[in-house]
Design a binder for this molecule. Sequence first.
Ligand code: AMP
Ligand code: GLY
Length: 415
Amino acid sequence: MKVLLIGSGGREHALAAALKRDPALEELHVAPGNPGIALLATCHPCEITNNSEIVELAKKLGSDLVVIGPEVPLVNGVADELSRAGIPCFGPSKAAAQLEGSKDFAKQVMRDAGVPTARSFTCRTQGEIEKALDEFGAPYVVKHDGLAAGKGVVVTDDRAAALEHALLSSQVVIEEFLDGPEVSLFGISDGTKVIGMQPAQDFKRAFDGDRGPNTGGMGAYSPLHWAPTEIVQETVDQVLNPTIQEMAARGTPFVGLLYAGLALTMKGTRVIEFNARFGDPETEVLIPRLKTPLAQLLFAAATGSLDENEKLEWSEDSAVTVVLASQGYPAAPITGEPITGVDSPESAEIFHAGTTLRDGILHSAGGRVLTVTGVGADLTIARGKAYEALSKIQLAGSHYRSDIALNAAMAEKGN
Ligand code: AMP
Ligand code: GLY
């Protein structure tokens, strides 16, 4: 099988490594890729917002399958254009990607599908906004309707700040605050059937102790020993499958990765958000633990031939990933700094998230620079491996959280 993967982050690096392990894989191409991915695959320059460039590349390479990493090309409709060209694509159509592209659309689908989520109002005027804020009270949750690269959501006790954020967008969703641990749980769907993956937890705040601004994600771990054992089946039955059935019934089947961001509240599981693609950095802990051959799995989903009864095979090991971020991330990352100490660590896998080669030397090129994953018999061992590899990396001004999976590792040890 010849696979073309679109994207350039840590998620794509982890996907590339797993695709490469699949015995059915003949050629792996990535566009645009990054210096880490280039060690595994043939990278091609590509403007990922240009649909026809992606389609032409897939045709030129004779790709049997195109896997789309990030949300922007999906919301732009690249899957529709690939499908018109007769090329199987793992990733939803423009219409189905609205589950991520519009918070209001996602709420309508959840309502029609009977999927449990926070009560909400979609507001367009200041009057509607203020009424909704007062209906729910503090903490206020305000979400811009469209794609916002993690910057569209504000959760605050400050009513004036909530109102100010709401007025920045022409349409907002204001919803009830959900209290409880957050879990990311992904389903792989071929449009009518869906297979649940294991849950992971990510850390969205920039600094230790869940302080500081929201980010794209500063680390993650899997599995979650503290989560109810039935969480995967329950999420498939109550969230993923009803959503897939609703999208199919609307004539816009969802083919690809349905990401459910869940809150485990006292009243039960509630959906916080949907995404239409693999999460980052959750992928960097899930995919290294997946034993099922990935290229064949994604091809089956892309071609409507998933075996619903297939049980994904997982390693018993635990995985912890920690993101090394540039100075100033997330507000104003400083990039273009040299990076050393990343060469073949024994203990961990280093996935490149925002790097570039300049005169043969690795430099930072994004807010999130590297995602370092340790895998081991338990979370404590996995953490130790990730943090040991991180301690050897030098990047001026960079920062990372020191408490990724710390509480879960201590709970596992019974402390
Ligand atoms: P989202 O982009 O919708 O995932 O929101 C980003 C983050 O904001 C989530 O991971 C949560 O931590 C927080 N958040 C979003 N919606 C709610 C909610 N209804 N209640 C509490 N926290 C929320
Ligand atoms: N880790 C959060 C996301 O991928 O959106």
